[in-house]
Design a protein around this ligand. Structure first.
Ligand code: ATP
Length: 292
């Protein structure tokens, strides 16, 4: 028996850091939404109880360091599952890019194994297990649009924002999330985004207010390390993007636009500058309502 699960990328519409916690994590406030740039996670039942993994991108780890593998191990231990699984990841989301590719693979594995192994768990239960794998995994379990607080694992669902196109561009550099947070001086953050205003924009489907409310306090850190990220931002802005922001800790930058003609203009401008350019749509709705 084999099932295929989609693992969509996420983008941050806002990313704010409120404090550094005694446990080493940062207290964050992020508005995130899923886009239809997605990995595909195939899960094939193994009767011998083994967990194995292959990924189309050979540099992605294929053992317990892989978040999807870890998800399978955690579920099997927690619910004394006797069967195993072979996980195959068809990688479409750039790796170490600020798009939560690994977290989304883990979330897809949790959702898929819940069915393959007949566990009957709710999305809330899967999200709680996901939090043990990584801070972004609970959001990826639900998908859609949400406010994430705490270290990112406390999810408040939001309605779908005004529909739009998302053009993503990733310069050929990998960014370590831990490095970026390590260099952030929380007391010195010059400008915090207004999470409240972003939520209002989403609830009212006000595209223009949504674009004006975008903000990410990690941008300054990553931009200082990688000038290419700033160049991509500027290129998107000059090509008529309605909103431009770096996602997560970067280095991927995305542009939001509503008019299709602008999509082509921005895409063509970027393609001369960077190889990894993707055009996607916002998914907006959570899986609960969309996929079951
Ligand atoms: P986030 O936005 O959650 O910080 P990211 O998009 O920046 O994530 P990922 O693509 O998840 O980063 O990869 C970060 C690291 O995680 C990689 O360097 C990789 O070694 C490891 N990793 C573990 N599992 C996976 C996976 N399934 N896909 C990609 N990378 C993975």
């Amino acid at each position: 028996m084999r099932i295929s699960v989609k693992a969509p990328a996420k983008i941050n519409l806002t990313l704010d850091v409120l404090a550094k916690r005694p446990d080493g994590y940062h207290e964050v406030e992020m508005v995130m939404t899923t886009v239809d740039l997605a990995d595909r996670v195939d899960l094939t039942l193994r009767q011998d109880g083994a967990i194995t993994l292959d990924c189309s991108a050979s540099f992605v780890p294929d053992d317990i360091r892989n978040h999807a593998y870890k998800a399978a191990v955690l579920l099997r231990e927690r619910y004394q599952v006797r069967q195993g699984v072979h996980v195959y990841i068809d990688k479409q989301i750039p790796v170490a890019a600020g798009l939560a590719g690994g977290s989304s693979d883990a979330a897809a594995a949790l959702r898929g194994l819940n069915k393959l192994w007949n566990l009957g768990l709710s999305l809330d239960e899967l999200a709680a297990i996901g939090a043990e794998i990584g801070s972004d995994v609970p959001f990826c379990v639900y998908g859609g649009t949400a406010l994430a607080r705490g270290r990112g694992e406390q999810i408040t669902h939001l309605p779908a924002p005004a529909p739009c196109w998302v053009i993503l561009a990733k310069p050929p550099i990998g960014v370590s999330t831990a490095d970026v947070y390590g260099q952030l001086r929380v007391q010195e953050i010059a400008r915090h985004p207004s999470t409240e205003q972003m939520i209002k924009a989403i609830r009212e489907q006000d595209f223009s207010l949504m674009c004006r409310s975008m903000g990410n306090v990690l941008e300054e850190v990553t931009l200082a390390m990688h000038p290419q990220v700033r160049q991509i931002k500027e290129l998107m802005e000059q090509s008529g993007a309605d909103g431009v922001l770096m996602s997560g800790s970067g280095p991927t930058v995305f542009a939001l636009v509503q008019k299709e003609a602008k999509v082509h203009r921005i895409y063509n401008a970027l393609r001369g500058f960077v190889k990894d350019v993707f055009v996607a749509r916002m998914l907006g709705m959570p899986y609960g309502e969309m996929l079951a």
